[in-house]
Design a protein around this ligand. Sequence first.
Ligand code: KIV
Ligand code: ZN
Length: 391
Amino acid sequence: MSKSHIHIFDTTLRDGEQVPGCKLNTAQKIIIAEQLDLLGVDVIEAGFPISSPGDYASVSAVSEIVKNATVCGLTRAVEKDIEVAASALKDARKPRIHTGIGTSDSHIKHKFKSNREEILERVYKAVKYAKSFVEDVEFYAEDAGRTDNEYLARVCEEAIRAGATVLNIPDTTGYCLPNEYGAKIKYLKENVKGIEKAILSCHCHNDLGLATANSIEGVIQGARQIECTINGIGERAGNTALEEVVMILKQHPYLDLETNINTKLLYETSQMVSNNMGIYTQPNKAIVGSNAFAHSSGIHQDGVIKNRETYEIIDPHEVGVTESAIVLTARSGRAALAYRARKVGYELTKLQLDEVYTNFLKFADKKKEIEDNDIHQIIETSTVFSQIASA
Ligand code: KIV
Ligand code: ZN
């Protein structure tokens, strides 16, 4: 049986760019869009064209240069937004308008001062209007995570009746637990009339640290698109991290779900986004953090030197990281020191290692991390130095 394709919808340039102080200019957006296209994402959400002239210009420019991916522009369920998005997307090879409205009772009452029936009408009208410009229309039900499932199913039916090709079910506030979010997707798959005409999309925020888990549960329960950003950046605690969902699906082949992502480009894409946005990636960030393939405790180092798989579930080459790092600290053991010494040119016998290791521990207690130049110094100041052979 062939695997089901999970569409990767990257929103680094739209939801990701909502990180305070991380505004990208058009030139930067073009560079990142080209990289995302190379990475193999299915959809690039390039911006929110009506929000500013700069965003309009960026969506137009990205539309012109992207070769493979669908290019998408965000709108509210407002005619003017939709017209402006259609105009910004006019040069895209594969344009998509992403329109929608809040559907939770809280959004309906406080944001729109409206009622459920009026919102259903606005859903239909917005999708229908967007369809008059482009074939591919995605509808989002903002705050779907806190929208009751029966009403959400009616909202989806209206969007499908008007021609939506994708139904985005955002957990806008990052509130849902994985089993709740998965149950929502399952409910919609089983209860929305005409659901076979559209695909369901997961758009999860990370307020409780559950964005990745919720998206994975969503696709297990039948969604076929994940909306995500590089490094998980985004408003507040961010969005689902692209590199995480892609590697989860790759490392768990029995799920029979696959993406089109060239995972070898993940690390360089992460660095590119982080540099352009001026926002550094936490060292312990899964897949792309500087410590994701670094081992510092003696027991782990000994295991990894004997066989990488003892403490690594991903080959670093698979994500574009050149090699696992054996970091030397006061917690490191002899195996790690011998390994790093060999890398800088010394082959130590067991006896030589004993003496050099004692020297090393004195050094390491004073310094957080031992670098290559420290290794030279430690070895060259040991009494056995003259007997040590080159590696
Ligand atoms: O989180 C959200 O609900 C959104 C929508 C605008 C798609 O980003
Ligand atoms: Zn969002």
